[in-house]
Design a protein around this ligand. Structure first.
Ligand SMILES: [Cu+2]
Length: 315
């Protein structure tokens, strides 16, 4: 958890990226002090000492050897920077083989996660530590940027195109995922987590499907489960509990209220309306709200949807 916002290097590749930047910084600092030092030194050394005399300076027309050296040395330096950076970059871009795959679909304003075995999630990717993972990125609406700062990698998710990104997460922990391309009003809420688990904990979690392994949720009430789902499934990216309305309607007081719909009709927000709005959000559009919510029919289980409805009833 303490990895969040710390952005320490979370993989060997990330450490190598840091090394490239450190090298460029060291070279930059060295030449900064060299050139600025000489500038000040010469300004002092060759200052006009006798105020009234005309400035008589030697007439220098050129020095081919000196010019050759000051072109050659910087050229060698930038070629070294290019070569080193290119080596690290190509290592970062080209998978080494043996990756597990995770499908990530970005949309306004969440990430829909699919694993090859059929598991799905919203805004949360779980992977085992010590094994490379490849993210297969797509987008439903506009361009989004899938950014893992701790791993020093970023790739755009583009509608109509598939892009990929791989990382080798070595340290278990939670890592922040950001969207780096301004994608609409909910852009800043478009946060997700990469949870790197110890291999045996991951295996236990994968075997239990949607339930988190070993966290003892047997005694969780339906409403408490719903609250947990609402907080982790991305609902709050677009819906506020109360206060200023975000993208869609607020949750507080929603249950049992009379909801005005586009087209002039209205509906009472009962259990069936809430369930329908989660499974088929386009069926009844609330007056004044954009029709942008995706269906949660496949990403939430029937039990989770019931739990969310139970939670909304308590608000
Ligand atoms: Cu985005």
């Amino acid at each position: 958890m303490d990895n969040i916002l710390a952005f320490g290097a979370a993989s060997a590749q990330a450490a190598r990226v840091d090394a490239v930047f450190l090298m460029i910084l060291v070279i930059g600092v060295f030449f900064f002090f060299l050139t600025q030092g000489l500038l000040i030194y010469f300004a002092v050394k060759y200052r006009r000492r006798v105020p009234d005399r005309d400035n008589e300076t030697p007439r220098i027309t050129g020095n081919p050897v000196l010019e050759f050296i000051w072109i050659l040395i910087p050229s060698i330096v930038v070629v070294i920077i290019f070569y080193y950076g290119w080596r690290v970059y190509s290592d970062l871009r080209v998978p080494h083989g043996g990756e597990s795959e995770v499908y990530v679909n970005a949309r306004q304003w969440m990430y829909e996660i699919k694993y090859p075995d059929g598991r799905t999630a919203i805004n949360e990717i779980r992977v085992p530590a010590g094994k490379p993972v490849k993210f297969i990125l797509s987008a439903s609406d506009v361009i989004h940027g899938f950014y893992l700062p701790d791993f020093r990698v970023k790739m755009d998710a583009i509608p109509g195109r598939t892009t990929t990104l791989w990382v080798q997460p070595d340290r278990p922990g939670e890592y922040q995922i950001y969207c780096t391309v301004y994608c609409g009003t909910g852009h800043s809420n478009m946060l997700a987590r990469l949870i790197v688990m110890p291999p045996n904990a991951y295996a236990a979690w994968a075997a239990h499907g949607e339930e988190e392994a070993g966290e003892g949720r047997e005694h969780e009430s339906l409403a408490a489960r719903g609250e947990r789902v609402v907080k982790t499934a991305g609902c709050l990216n677009c819906h506020a509990i109360e206060g200023k309305v975000k993208i869609g309607p607020n949750f507080r007081g929603l249950y049992g209220s009379n909801v005005p719909l586009e087209g002039g009709k209205s509906v009472t927000a009962d259990e069936d309306y809430l369930r329908e709005s989660i499974e088929d959000p386009g069926a009844k559009i609330v007056k004044g709200s954009p029709n942008v919510m995706p269906t949660f029919k496949s990403s939430l289980s029937k039990g989770d949807i019931d739990a969310v409805v139970a939670y909304l009833k308590t608000l």
